[in-house]
Write a protein that binds this ligand. Structure first.
Ligand code: NAP
Length: 327
């Protein structure tokens, strides 16, 4: 796979990473066995998707356990990333609560290290800012973990540039992870964070500050791959409560897929690969983390690293309009 340097770690990584969330959280996992989950993680690394993303939240620790069990023997090959500051209030249906208290963050780091079977995390993100705790306090506790050698770098998720500035004044922000895809363009300066704050140009902020920008849900949580058809979702799949996946919205949004299919056909590839490649156009500091539980899909997603979109392709893809609000 094409390599890029993951700033500011200085480490070469695959241009496309892998997000492990869906193996333990948020999506319907009926029929998905332990062996398949491990095979997906191993194959992701085999394919060069070496930025591996998990979180305390996913499955209430189960996803970190899984990543630890599957990849501990390949620890040196991957940039191991997890997140704290958001935990599961209920597992089924998946519901969350924020927890940015310094003691909680410190405790959760110990749990992450144990579950991931490592003594240092490459990147630990604050998953969400806790409105009850000043960002500087949570970030200060995370910075202590770096000083103690338990974490190498710190990241933020779904923040505005104003919040990134506040954190950066305390300790360098190495990465910002936000939802970014053809139909969720908020972090380019045009939209809002998950909390409804004006986002600012988060992608540009990262480039200026030597940080990585990590698009999450680059496939629009599966929709942009164009294979969902008229699918409906069980209540333990979070899309059953997302306005973009209501049956009438799914049908109305079909027009989003035509430009993707047109560009995919031109390159002899899939809409999924085109959607992922599009997220990387802003620069080599952008490393998306698509998620899948399917080995065939994984190969399609990895192929996005070699796909170079032309100016003509980008003009076609600009026709993809933002649909209903993302939550
Ligand atoms: N920081 C945050 O707050 C946050 C929030 C959400 C996610 N994330 C991170 O971002 C990662 C990716 O996000 P995501 O999983 O929500 O969304 P995504 O990558 O946009 O989409 C995942 C969905 O797309 C499907 N898919 C993947 N590749 C496909 C292909 N080639 N063809 C057809 N379908 C395909 C998967 O189904 P199959 O399993 O059937 O392939 C899955 O349902 C997560 O794993 C997590 O690490 C972070």
């Amino acid at each position: 796979m094409r390599q890029v340097v993951f700033p500011p770690t200085g480490r070469p990584v695959g241009a496309i990473g892998y997000g492990a969330m869906g193996l333990s959280w948020a999506y319907d996992r009926r029929g998905l066995g332990e062996r398949q989950k491990r095979a997906v993680l191993e194959t992701a690394v085999d394919l060069g998707m070496t930025v591996v993303d998990t979180a305390v939240l996913y499955g209430g620790g189960a996803n970190e356990e899984l990543v630890g069990a599957a990849l501990a023997h390949r620890r040196d090959e991957i940039l191991l990333c997890s997140k704290t500051g958001l935990r599961a209030r209920s597992l089924e249906p998946p519901r969350t609560e924020r927890c940015g208290h310094p003691d909680e963050v410190r405790r959760s780091a110990e749990d992450s290290l144990r579950r991931l079977r490592t003594d240092v995390l490459d990147l630990y993100y604050l998953h969400r800012v806790d409105p009850e705790v000043p960002l500087e306090e949570t970030w200060g506790a995370l910075a202590e973990l770096v000083a103690e050698g338990k974490v190498r770098h710190l990241g933020l998720s779904e923040v505005s540039t104003a919040q990134a500035d506040r954190a950066h004044a305390v300790h360098p922000v190495a990465a910002v992870q936000s939802e970014y895809s053809l139909w969720t363009r908020d972090p380019d300066g045009s939209g809002v964070t998950a909390d409804g704050e004006p986002a600012g140009d988060v992608i540009g902020w990262c480039a200026e500050h030597g940080a990585a920008f990590v698009p999450f849900s680059p496939l629009g949580r599966g929709y942009l791959a164009g294979t969902l058809g008229g699918r409906t979702f069980s209540t333990d799949d979070f899309r059953s409560r997302n306005p973009r996946f209501a049956p009438e919205a799914m049908a109305a949004q079909e027009t989003v897929l035509a430009p993707l299919r047109e560009v995919a056909e031109r390159h002899g590839t899939t809409p999924a690969a085109v959607a992922i490649a599009w997220t990387t156009v802003a620069g080599e500091h952008v490393v998306p983390i698509p998620g899948t539980s399917d080995l065939g899909h994984l190969r399609e997603d990895a192929a996005a690293a070699e796909l170079r979109l032309t100016a003509e392709d980008l003009a076609v893809l600009d026709r993809v309009a933002a649909p209903a609000p993302r939550y």
